[in-house]
Design a protein around this ligand. Structure first.
Ligand code: CMP
Length: 140
């Protein structure tokens, strides 16, 4: 298995409820390492650019407004098979469908306010990491 990096976002519903530490602990317990981290408040323009691939979806406006509503914590997680591992620890997009022990099962409020985002492929991880971080900010 290869060592990979993936982008994780702790979303507004979770930062608002002070769940950052509990969520990071789940990733660390699964063997992922935080190699970059910052708390930022996204503008609607930046959130819209990040989620541009969803522009045609009915929930796009709601998603952009939500992501810009409160601070988020953006992180790069590193580890063996990090992209798949991160998605496993997050659980299904809809908390009602998420497996026991996953972040979304435990913390997410709805399909939209689902506490975390994680890259879904190596191509997305590369794009999303460079969207938020420069190479100098990644400290393995
Ligand atoms: P994320 O992994 O960040 O990628 C796209 C996001 O769109 C997804 O998590 C959800 O938060 C959001 N999303 C997906 N489906 C819906 C939906 N039906 N209604 C609102 N938001 C959604």
């Amino acid at each position: 298995m290869a060592t990979e990096r993936t982008l994780s976002i702790i979303k507004p519903d979770a930062t608002k409820r002070n769940l950052t530490g509990k969520i990071v602990a789940k990733f660390e317990d699964a063997g992922l390492r935080v190699v970059a981290s910052k708390r930022i408040h996204l503008s609607a323009a930046t959130a819209g650019e990040f989620y541009a691939e969803h522009k045609a979806r009915g929930f796009y406006g709601e998603l952009v407004a939500y992501m810009a509503s409160e601070p988020v914590v953006v992180q790069v997680l590193e580890g063996e098979n990090a992209i798949a591992k991160n998605r496993e620890v997050m659980g299904a997009t809809d908390p009602a469908a998420a497996a026991d022990g996953t972040i979304r099962k435990e913390f997410a409020l709805s399909k939209g306010e689902n506490s975390v985002h994680g890259s879904d492929s190596p191509e997305a991880a590369a794009r999303e990491i460079s969207f938020f971080f420069s190479g100098l900010e990644l400290v393995g």
